[in-house]
Structure formats: C-alpha cells, structure tokens
Design a protein around this ligand. Structure first.
Ligand code: ZN
Length: 239
C-alpha cells in the first residue's frame, strides 16, 4: 500500500472471487480508505451458486464499501467449472447487479462470443444503463472490443500490454478511446514485463500507464487522468 501511494495510485478496487475472498476484500476496504471492494463468484471457483450463496452475496454487497459485483463471467481456458454452470452463475450475478444497481467486473477468457451474447440478453431484459461495467484484463480481438464498447462497457488493461509478444493487444488498445480504458493489475498475476513472473501489486500499474501513453503517443499524465476519471464514473466511490 505504501508503494502504491508512492506511485500515485490513489484508488484501488479489490474484487473477490468467492464468498471468502469477497469478505476479505470488504475487510481490507475497511482498513484502507483508498480501497473499495467488489464481491462475486469467479467462473473458476469450484462451487454451485445456489440460493444460499446468492443470499450471502446479496448481504455482502450491501456493505457501503462495495462498488461492484465481480469478478463474474466465463472462462473457457481453464474450464474448472462446466460451461453450463458458468453461464448459469454469470446470469444470476448479472441479475443481482441489476437488482442492486451496481456495475459488474467481467472476467472473460476464450469466451468472448458467449459472454457478449449473455450481456446482450441481459441488457435486453433489464434495460441498458450508461456504464454497466468493465471487461477486466481484456484479451479479445478488436471486433470484441468494439462490441464491448458499443454495449457501454470499459476495457481493463493489465501488465500483459507490456509483454514483448503482446502485439495484438497493443494494436487493440492503440485503437481504443482513452475515455474507455481502465488500468489494473490482475494481481497477483500478469506483472508487467519489468517484473514478469513476480507477484504483481498496485504500484506496478505505472508500467501499464506508461505503455498505453507510449503506444497512443500521449503524456502518461493524460492516461492517468482519464483512467482515474473513468473508474470514478464507473464505480462512483465516495471519498
Ligand atoms: Zn479475472
């Protein structure tokens, strides 16, 4: 947390992946004023999202420091959870977010078509709102990025943009408007190239911001200004 502050990281959204880690995220948000929490069941969690877990999530999300439902989504890379269970879980949590008027933090890996289809069904059912959420650690194609933005979502960029071979991601991000980009760690994973393989941490988003500034030929202060404003717009945290 001290290193984050030294690198001018002023706000941190800490998402859960299970009931336990969602509780831990809320706990941390009560210890640090710069931290807000998100609560959700990740697609890779080995659990069936039944009514009792949903009720626990609903209770957790009523904490004033909870600013989003997430991480939720689909992961066909690992498939720890069967896709049908993942879709079921994703739909239920999207409905919970609509019920609570909270944005969603979406985890999507090798599942862009199904994820976008489910989002489309959801928006048709509950109505579209201006800033429904973020596709975190975006790894899709330009066509996916365009669809995601069309549906009002932000795109989360992690340290993977600094990887030597991340030509495709850099191409996609070069074409994105700054007012649609969030910067993030995906900690403990995806440390930027300079620290690749080591545990990631919030201070390291400076390398993400530096790389975005470089490929878009803008000042890093502009990337920082936009990403902070975008996150404030999406998550609406109270100071
Ligand atoms: Zn994720």
């Amino acid at each position: 947390m001290e290193r984050a502050a030294q690198h001018k990281v002023t706000r941190i959204i800490n998402p859960g992946t299970s009931i336990k880690t969602s509780q831990a995220a809320i706990e941390m948000s009560t210890q640090f004023t710069s931290v807000s929490a998100a609560v959700g069941i990740h697609p890779n969690e080995d659990v069936h999202l039944d009514e009792s877990i949903l009720q626990k999530l609903r209770t957790l999300s009523s904490h004033p420091n909870v600013v989003a439902i997430g991480e939720i989504g689909l992961d066909y890379f690992r498939k720890i959870t069967p896709p049908e269970e993942q879709k079921h879980r994703f739909r239920i949590q999207l409905d919970l977010a609509a019920e609570l008027s909270l944005p969603v933090i979406i985890h999507c890996r090798d599942a862009y078509e199904d994820t976008i289809n489910i989002i489309t069904e959801w928006q048709t059912a509950v109505g579209t709102k201006p800033n429904p959420g973020v596709f975190h650690s975006f790894s899709g194609l330009e066509t996916h990025a365009n669809l995601v933005i069309e549906k009002g979502f932000y795109i989360g960029v992690t340290g993977s943009i600094t990887f030597n071979k991340a030509y495709n991601l850099r191409d996609v991000v070069t074409g994105l408007p700054l007012n649609k980009i969030l910067i993030e760690t995906d900690a403990p994973f995806l440390s930027p190239q300079a620290n690749r393989g080591k545990r990631n941490e919030p201070a390291f988003v400076r390398w993400v911001a530096d790389k975005i500034a470089e490929i878009k030929s803008v000042e890093v202060s502009e990337v920082a200004r936009y990403s902070t404003q975008n996150a404030q717009t999406l998550f609406g945290w109270k100071d």
